[in-house]
Design a protein around this ligand. Sequence first.
Ligand code: ATP
Length: 308
Amino acid sequence: MEPEAEVIEYQAFSKRYGRREAPAVEGLTLSVKDGEILGLVGLNGAGKTTMLRAAAGLIYPSSGNIRLNGHDIVREKIHASASTGIVPEFPNFEPTARSLDLLEYLGGYNGLGGDGFPALSQALLARVGLAGCERRRVGTFSQGMKKRFALAAALLAKPRNLLLDEILNGLDPGGIRFVRRLLLELKAEGCAILLSSHILSEVESVADRIAVIHHGRLLECIPLKEIYASREVRLRLTIRNPGPDIARYLSTVGEVHNEGNTFTVSQPRQEVWQVNHELVQRGAEVAEIRTETEDLEGYFFRTIGEEL
Ligand code: ATP
């Protein structure tokens, strides 16, 4: 079998903005494959934008390197950037330009053009949900519409790699659903997508793997499936007549925390029905048993060493 292509590759990448500044990103190695979405998650200032901007060639690495489809972004910038589109966190376009005109202009900039190009631009605007907005000035677009327009601009050159900085931020719920579907389509077409987002539930709904960045360091890069397999499960029980016998039994099921009538059992070793059966056998009046499963937010805070 052919090894899978690594199309966005950071190798020991570090970035320091000033000699006296702490590194914004330090010694980061990770890669994104064809047809894969990697979700970048981290607190404000973790280093996500720095990673994306460096891969787009907008800032230089202080050390290490970044390769796009095998091309070094510093030494082979033209080849590297030819395969890559970026949507910045705050897209900024000429406000007086009409969207279709601007897209065509940017197409020319990318060496695109020809008779079929206006139709292609129109199709792109429709693809990002801006059909009917062809004649509108970009300055009149809402924040979410600017994000969509920026995505259309990034898709102009049919990039194999996409760098998306907080693309879901500023979109309404319909926009989020629309972009989520579009990202999954692009992934199915073979695009490698590096996506930063603070909306963890959304990252969870599209990403294949999650990279946790904290203070400029990569703490973990792990498939979502593995997170699901390893995440914490807890039973939360409310017992109207708690007693030592009940507490003793629950401590054999898992690690127990007890406050009044409420017991929390982490990583239970028995099924809910078994626990309920055993409790009833011991005369417990069980008012409620709830299973709680850790979500991506819980996993994230556990990984960076902070409790929710
Ligand atoms: P956010 O979630 O808030 O967008 P982020 O994870 O994208 O944050 P970065 O914007 O990459 O984080 O910032 C990482 C660190 O680098 C921060 O400490 C930030 O202050 C610093 N930094 C970013 N850009 C610059 C710059 N142009 N000059 C100096 N320091 C910078």
